[in-house]
Design a protein around this ligand. Structure first.
Ligand code: SF4
Length: 481
């Protein structure tokens, strides 16, 4: 999966699709990090609200991380199936492929097994089973995949194992199964509690399903739950958004992910907008909903630790997604899945067949430490049948790979890290990762953005200001070529 994939709305936090950051268009206006814009009055209101929340949000939900270049390793497992394709979704996921479920789960286990061997005992700290809708698989298939992960990978004692679930899940017994298989974090794509909005989004569940699934998951012992919601829908009123937030807050989940609706090209939604069947999302309304959510979630004890993510209680930030935002390392398996590892030696000049990711050789020494490292990312081919064929033939499913230049890698560390609204980018970690002081790499940009009131820094880190949060993409674009 692409690092950029972490930046956009998903059914939960992740997908396995080549995705683009929502960058400012043509330098006009102040596009923000969730596709809206804000007035000066709104900024003032927000700053006041955030100031009120400051005491609460100092109880930072993000677990401590060593300020070195070496960080945790994540494992992403893509399940490219859904019961129905939502009209706004451009993820690499497909409906009506039930006949492939069995062959796919077997191929996936084969790829997982290869990675378990290649990583050669390196500790995996987070596992994320996403998609798609993992819970469309049978209990036998889910068990096969998760048991392999536990049996073959060296998992950290406190490994976070997340799984996405659709609230329209028919067999609620699957929650107990997931819990018994070591899943300790569930992410549910509720999206709305308004029936007409759920119908517009093409979801297979209604509000009652969402409530029932949430309760069933909790009853099964899955108490660390994220709920996804979407705002900025065409014709969505602020009152309706507030009503969804009311009902969501009553459930008191540990985590929220809130995303504005993006009209992705080549989706049915894009066609509806182009042909006038549906009005385009209203950026001003979306901005108002985003700020409403920030105020209300803050007042309810949720700390906003990332542009689109809130957690209640220390340690309930999504550790897997923190791997992405901190520009650390992960391996993605399944069609379209992206990976990002730091190799200890430069690979430039070698033929692609020599790359450990393609040759199938063990990835010895992939630790991110021990001398100059080069970051490499790659992705598997997207089609499910092609993926199965390649894996079954003992061929690499990788379709694309690139060595990331030092300059680009540093820019990505900034672009991703600044999304962590309070943690930002620690100076020590940046220098340990890249061998260059942050100020030496980006001094003029930092000065300019600080003068504009969009960034602030102390001795330890640089991070967004409340104003910078609302125009995040303008800030992030300073750091990418
Ligand atoms: S449930 Fe809908 S939005 Fe989520 S991955 Fe499937 S098609 Fe996409």
């Amino acid at each position: 999966m692409n690092v950029l994939a972490a930046l956009r709305p998903t059914d939960s936090e992740r997908g396995a699709e080549e995705e683009g950051e929502q960058v400012p268009e043509g330098g006009a206006g102040e596009s923000n990090s969730w596709n809206g814009s804000s007035t000066a009055a709104e900024l003032t209101t927000l700053e006041a609200a955030r100031s009120d929340q400051a005491q609460e949000t100092r109880r930072f939900p993000v677990p401590p991380v060593a300020e070195t270049g070496e960080g945790p390793l994540g494992l992403y497992i893509h399940i490219p199936f859904c019961a129905r394709k939502c009209p706004y979704c451009d993820f690499n996921t497909y409906a009506r492929l039930e006949p492939l479920y069995e062959a796919y789960s077997e191929a996936l286990c084969r790829e997982l097994g290869r990675w378990a061997a290649r990583l050669d005992g390196r500790t995996v700290h987070t596992v994320f089973v996403g998609g798609g809708t993992p819970t469309v698989l049978s209990s036998v298939q889910l068990r096969r995949i998760l048991e392999l992960v536990h049996d073959r990978f060296a998992l950290a004692d406190d490994v976070e194992v997340s799984c996405e679930a659709n609230p329209g899940i028919k067999d609620r017994g699957q929650f107990a199964l997931l819990h018994s298989l070591g899943v300790n974090r569930l992410s549910m794509g509720v999206q709305s509690f308004q029936e007409e909005e759920l119908a517009f989004l093409g979801r297979i569940h209604d509000a009652k399903d969402a409530l029932g699934s949430y309760e069933a998951a909790r009853d099964a012992g899955l108490t660390n739950i994220n709920l996804d919601f979407m705002f900025g829908l065409p014709r969505q009123s602020v009152d309706a958004w507030n009503d969804s937030l009311d009902r969501a807050l009553e459930l008191a989940p540990r985590h929220f992910s809130l995303y504005s609706l993006i009209v992705e090209p080549d989706t049915p939604l894009a066609h509806w907008v182009e042909t006038g069947q549906t009005p385009a999302p209203d950026d001003d309304a979306a901005a108002e909903m985003y700020e409403t959510a920030m105020t209300r979630l803050g007042a309810a004890g949720y700390a906003q630790y990332e542009v689109s993510n809130w957690a209640r209680g220390a340690g309930f930030a999504c550790r897997h997604n923190l791997v992405y935002w901190r520009n650390q390392e992960w391996v993605g398996v399944g069609p379209g899945a992206h990976s990002h590892l730091r190799f200890p030696t430069r690979l430039r000049g070698e033929s692609s067949g020599d790359l450990p990711i393609l040759s199938g050789d063990p990835v010895d020494g992939v630790t991110g430490s021990g001398g100059p490292a080069v970051a490499v990312r790659w992705s598997n081919r997207k089609g499910v049948q092609g993926y199965i064929k390649r894996v079954d033939a003992d061929e690499s499913p990788v379709d694309f790979h690139e060595e990331i230049s030092a300059e680009v890698s540093m820019g990505e560390t900034m672009m991703l890290g600044l999304r962590l609204v309070r943690e930002g980018v620690p100076f020590a970690r940046f220098e340990a990762m890249h061998g260059v002081p942050l100020r030496a790499a980006f001094g003029p940009s930092l000065d300019r953005l600080q003068e504009q009131g969009l960034l602030e820094s102390d001795r330890e880190r640089v991070h967004l200001t409340p104003r910078g949060l609302l125009v995040g993409n303008r800030v992030f674009s300073e750091f990418v070529a």
